[in-house]
Design a protein around this ligand. Sequence first.
Ligand code: ADP
Ligand code: GN1
Ligand code: MG
Length: 362
Amino acid sequence: MEQFNEIAGAFLCPGNYLGDEPYGSGHINDTFKAYYDVDGREVHYIHQRVNHKIFKDVPALMENIGNVVRHQRKKFEEAGANDLDRRVLTLIPTVDGKDYYVDSEGCFWRTYVFIEDAVGIDVVETTGQAFEAAKAFGEFQSQLANLPVRLHDTIPNFHHTRSRYDTLMQAIEEDTHGRACNVQAEIAFVKEREELVDLVIDLLASGELPERVTHNDTKLNNVLIDSATGKGKCVIDLDTVMPGSVLYDFGDMVRTTTNQAVEDEPDASKIWMDIDYFEALVSGYLETASGFLTPKEKELLPMSGRLITFEIGLRFLTDYLQGDSYFKTHREGQNMDRCRKQFAMVKSMEEQAEAMQAIVSR
Ligand code: ADP
Ligand code: GN1
Ligand code: MG
């Protein structure tokens, strides 16, 4: 494709460009695996078009990513890691020494070294994967604890659940696509749980919860798992790394690693929060995070699963009502099914709140 010749020519990837194919299952960016020939050897890169409708200031976002990966690399070096290029994302610079390229259509591109023999898993298969993912995200948070710069907010109010709630209420009122009639039960579900939305925001504001540098999008497929060893290899998708609460990160791990059905599973009988997976998640997370968590953060880990799953459910519902303009969809009603799955998970977590708390207290 002509466009890809332009992209390939813009970055200092060694070798001759062979081709690109769409890659991964992210909901936001357009990701491609690129093939290059280096002296008869096939070498891969990730070319990624950043969604600049969602990320309004891509240069600031790329500055964040540059700061984060440099800091992580230093931490891994200090810890004596031997396979640095697989532990942390490596940006390939453009021919004029920048971390991103603006193409002839005004779109923003970046290029990463492709991390071989590691996979992003969409649906958790084993408790070991839950353990490894949580351990990797905990290590990520711990590495960034003393990041010397303050990161830009790449999406303001990203985990401000109150503002997510208000946006949903507005979308219901406007009902621009005439879809509110299809989701009356979900709307009622949200309204019944309104008190949940202010909890973390209020504790952050009062200082009872500390603000930290967090990933903010810790779904399972944003950590690459080593295909040979099953170990967490590399935390990816750094677009939303910014000041936040560890509860946002832990909560999204609970959302995505404690049930073996897809994110848009329409069959309610397949959806429940599996406590064995939760237990694995807590063990993995505490292995790398227990050194810095405050008692309050630790106490709220089970609640964070409910909160973030509820919040992402709200966002899917809002996008459904607004005509599917934010998350990529591949069929009609997909955002509605995504929302229903999240709410079924919330319900299951409510039912198991005590058991979850007991695991964390142990
Ligand atoms: P999105 O924001 O759209 O989710 P991601 O940055 O998560 O985009 O990338 C999408 C997918 O591409 C990931 O889930 C992962 O499978 C794959 N991917 C991204 N970066 C790399 C990399 N450096 N090496 C290998 N695979 C990658
Ligand atoms: C998006 O980029 P991706 O697919 O890893 C979204 C997250 C949601 C997630 C739901 C920038 O994550 O916030 O939790 O979809 N990312 C952004 O699957 O909005
Ligand atoms: Mg992703």
